[in-house]
Design a protein around this ligand. Structure first.
Ligand code: F6R
Length: 254
């Protein structure tokens, strides 16, 4: 494992393999929960955090971490999918974490993708974040186009929870979780960039060569809404956990 400082408050940790990746990320979560048993965690879905969640389940089963007072907020949910739908993010979270540790169901929050008034649902989610937040540690993945949550390129940094039309590239990337591309919802409800930036600490996770360009642009490029994750350059406490392929375009490593 190698650690680099891009600047004060923006550190990059390059891990050797998948096991090291999951274990280092889980260390950050467990350390926080040990220090602050009622911590608020911001959670992501997708492929990248799967190893982290599996590691957290393992540590919970070994009695090393207690989630009984932890509160969680997920970044996003597909519009039109009920929380019981197998491809909904609520189901993903239940399958990989919520049902396998002692998180209380009432302490786990996701926006509802089936609310009749989705914008009212977005406002409800923001109000809840304000009431129970700030998030102590926000876990993020990153899209190949540098999206964070479902904030696609062009989303203002001032955005809060909102309804988005997914881009063709995101629909394509996410179709791997569905029987066919046609089944991928066309919209999602997502936390905005301003909501993400309010977290006390952010841990951005990225694996694989497909993320290398997004990681370079986000950490070393210009801060611009065209590269949503570049907003993290304005945050005071970001830890980026990457494998070697995802780190391969960073000039700081050359
Ligand atoms: C998921 C999310 C997305 C993913 C991103 C990367 O809640 O908000 O931004 O983090 O699309 O997805 P994976 O990890 O599948 O490459």
């Amino acid at each position: 494992m190698q650690r680099f400082r891009i600047r004060e408050g923006l550190d990059v940790v390059v891990v050797e393999d998948d096991a090291g990746f999951a274990s280092f990320a889980a260390d950050q979560v467990c350390q926080l929960v040990q220090e602050k048993p009622d911590a608020v965690l911001g959670l992501a879905t997708g492929s990248t955090p799967l190893g982290l969640y599996a590691e957290l389940v393992k540590r919970y089963e070994a009695g090393l971490v207690d989630f009984s007072q932890v509160r969680t907020f997920n970044l996003d949910e597909y519009v039109g999918l009920d929380g019981d739908h197998p491809q909904s993010y609520r189901q993903y979270m239940r399958q990989h974490l919520f049902d396998k540790v002692n998180l209380r169901p009432e302490n786990t929050h996701l926006p509802s993708g089936t609310a009749t008034d989705l914008w009212a649902e977005a406002a409800r989610y923001d109000a809840l974040l304000k009431e129970l937040g700030p998030i102590d540690l926000q876990i993020l993945g990153i899209g190949e186009n540098a999206h964070i949550a479902f904030n696609e390129p062009g989303t203002p940094f001032s955005s809060r929870t909102h309804v988005v039309d997914l881009t063709e590239s995101t629909i394509e990337a996410n179709s791997r979780f569905f029987a066919s591309r046609d089944e991928v919802p066309r919209q999602a409800i997502t936390m905005g960039i301003a909501s993400i930036l309010e977290a006390r600490h952010v841990m951005l996770l990225a694996q694989g060569i497909k993320k290398a360009e997004a990681i370079r642009l986000s950490l070393e490029g210009q801060t611009t809404p065209e590269v949503p994750a570049s907003a993290l350059q304005t945050h005071p406490s970001v830890l980026v956990v990457v494998d070697k392929p995802a780190a391969s375009q960073l000039t700081i490593l050359r």
